[in-house]
Design a protein around this ligand. Structure first.
Ligand SMILES: Cc1ncc(COP(=O)(O)O)c(C=O)c1O
Length: 398
């Protein structure tokens, strides 16, 4: 049963649906005038298109499978996938079956690989939705072969070449291929592996790729004719041309970061995270800011309070670490990051006023803070910075 749309004060509107006595609220697409909070993530879809083209140029003639798991690394999977499909991405990769089904529901017709291999009991649904499972457990083979016995089911076989998480261990490959042979309706249309250190260890990468090629030879020796061989993540796109093969699987690079120290690249960050100054005060020497008295003023200090905290994806570990941009200048975070609020020292910028824009990630004037820099301040990776921008931060698409 569909209930009417619900407007939640102070938030964007939700569509409400009742299923099995459970009320399900889904945020509706938000319009600027529906959102009361000044905090938002701005997603630059033209930068996304630019990054796709930059990668195409880099890896051609290899095709591009755009990795859009985890809500497209926090950017919002539906608008991102639609744009990438329109710009010519060949295929999509997600971690979960649910994420793959969401792409189909959004009208994405491209090939979609389910990279992680957790299928629950949805094998038939996956085949019927023309999603491509990645297989590496015997259970996968039996379940997909039985899901649609009268149909050829295309699968991509994952070989573990040195990451020891997912994939058929190399030394078990021959036995696994024997089991595949018991299921004549399974077609190995692709073979893949994942690289553990494409960003920083050429030797390990070379040994993984060598093992991958040995594995491919074995797959062929069993009579399979896989048309798509793939191994490269973002870092490998840039650092290991020999890994490009038929298709590459960039995720992070599409969103503007190469995933490795790269001398030169033209990628553009897609996400900009901004808010506005909520309150201003001047405190005296010895006054403290926020919880735990973590900041004690050693001079008369002008404090700007901003309405973002760890509930929005600004890590607690940022307490007293790093900057934001206000009026084109870097201003330091002070005190503890709280759930909804953080404090900025704007003593050196007397012009700062209520409602001034505050950029946490992105450009303002001549200055720029990117996800790599935030990751360094926070003791994490750009991946986690991007995927942590929380659900209560409305996404605006340009
Ligand atoms: C199997 C697989 N391929 C490709 C990627 C994309 O990696 P990156 O975002 O570093 O390009 C991932 C992400 O972790 C992955 O799990």
């Amino acid at each position: 049963m569909n209930a009417p749309a619900l407007d939640v004060p102070g938030r964007a509107s939700y569509s409400a649906q009742v299923e099995d006595d459970t009320l399900i609220l889904r945020p509706r697409v938000q319009r600027a005038d529906e959102v009361l909070r000044s905090t938002r993530a701005e997603i630059d879809l033209s930068a996304l298109g630019h990054n796709l083209r930059a990668l195409e140029e880099l890896v051609s003639p290899a095709k591009i499978l755009a990795v859009v798991k985890a809500d497209a690394y926090g950017h919002g999977v539906v608008p991102v996938a639609r744009r990438l499909a329109a710009e010519g991405a060949y295929a999509f990769g997600v971690a979960l079956a649910e994420e793959a089904l969401e792409l189909r529901e959004a009208g994405i017709q491209n090939e979609v690989l389910i990279l992680n291999g957790a299928y629950g009991s949805a094998h038939r649904e996956i085949v019927e939705a023309r999603l491509t499972p990645v297989v590496y457990e015997r259970e996968h083979l039996a379940r997909f072969a039985a899901a649609c016995p009268d149909r050829v089911v295309d699968v991509h076989l994952k070989i573990d070449t040195g990451m020891s998480r997912l994939g058929v261990p190399f030394w078990e490959l021959s036995a696994f291929l024997d089991v595949i042979a018991e299921h004549p309706n399974l077609r190995v249309s692709g073979v893949m592996t994942h690289l553990a250190r494409a960003d920083d260890d050429p030797e390990k990468t070379a040994s993984q790729l060598a093992r991958f090629h040995d594995g491919i030879s074995m797959v062929r020796a069993f009579g399979h004719r896989p048309v798509t061989l793939h191994a490269a993540n973002s870092a490998a796109c840039f650092r290991h041309p020999e890994s490009h093969l038929d298709m590459v699987r960039p995720g992070l690079a599409l969103f503007g970061y190469p995933g490795a120290a790269v001398q030169e690249h033209s990628l553009r960050p897609v996400l900009r995270f901004r808010t506005e100054v909520l309150s201003l005060r001047t405190i005296r020497v010895g006054d403290t800011v926020g919880y735990s008295d973590a900041f004690v003023a050693s001079r008369q200090t002008r404090v700007a309070t901003i309405p973002v905290g760890y509930g929005d994806g600004v890590f607690r570990s940022r307490s007293g670490r790093g900057d934001v941009l206000i009026r084109g200048a870097r201003c330091p975070l002070i005190g503890k990051v709280a759930m909804d609020l953080s404090a900025i020292d704007v003593t050196d910028h007397p012009d700062v006023a209520l409602h001034d824009e505050v950029v946490l990630l992105g450009e303002q004037g001549e200055e720029r803070i990117d996800a790599e820099e935030i990751a360094e301040w926070s003791g994490t990776l750009a991946y986690e910075v991007l995927t942590s921008v929380s659900r209560r931060v409305p996404r605006f698409y340009r």
